[in-house]
Design a protein around this ligand. Sequence first.
Ligand SMILES: NC(=O)c1ccc[n+]([C@@H]2O[C@H](COP(=O)([O-])OP(=O)(O)OC[C@H]3O[C@@H](n4cnc5c(N)ncnc54)[C@H](OP(=O)(O)O)[C@@H]3O)[C@@H](O)[C@H]2O)c1
Length: 130
Amino acid sequence: MATKQRPFHLVVFGASGFTGQFVTEEVAREQMDPEGSSRLAWAVAGRCREKLQRVLERAAEKLGRPTLPTEVGIIICDISNPASLDEMAKQATIVLNCVGPYRFYGEPVVKACVENGTSCIDISGEPHVL
Ligand SMILES: NC(=O)c1ccc[n+]([C@@H]2O[C@H](COP(=O)([O-])OP(=O)(O)OC[C@H]3O[C@@H](n4cnc5c(N)ncnc54)[C@H](OP(=O)(O)O)[C@@H]3O)[C@@H](O)[C@H]2O)c1
């Protein structure tokens, strides 16, 4: 659950990527209530605000939900900046990490989540990372 300390139940990190865009669209579809609003407080995260904004706009258009971009938070976060990973992890109950390849980018995200008590899920199919 989202709490005062953790405003987002779920954060999709890497939402601007090929896979992240599908994940974002599915999250938007799955947690929509019958009135068409978001049931959960959630956010997308990545290193470029404009790209994240465009992903939300595209999902909104596809799903016929014009209010989606205003309902979903945006967190600016870069793998090369550990403080930004901590900030993201602190705001979420669950980070769904779509930033790959995980052999290069996976570990700092897991570290930030472990150190901040956040659950972490990824979509890795890389055997040595698993
Ligand atoms: N299990 C499966 O079946 C399956 C299927 C597909 C993919 N995957 C996994 O998913 C991973 C991603 O695949 P993809 O095709 O979606 O890749 P992609 O299109 O290249 O997307 C990569 C994402 O990572 C972000 N990123 C890269 N460097 C970053 C950094 N320093 N800080 C923050 N974000 C950064 C990119 O942000 P920008 O947009 O800002 O560049 C983009 O959002 C793959 O490596 C693979 O391991 C698994």
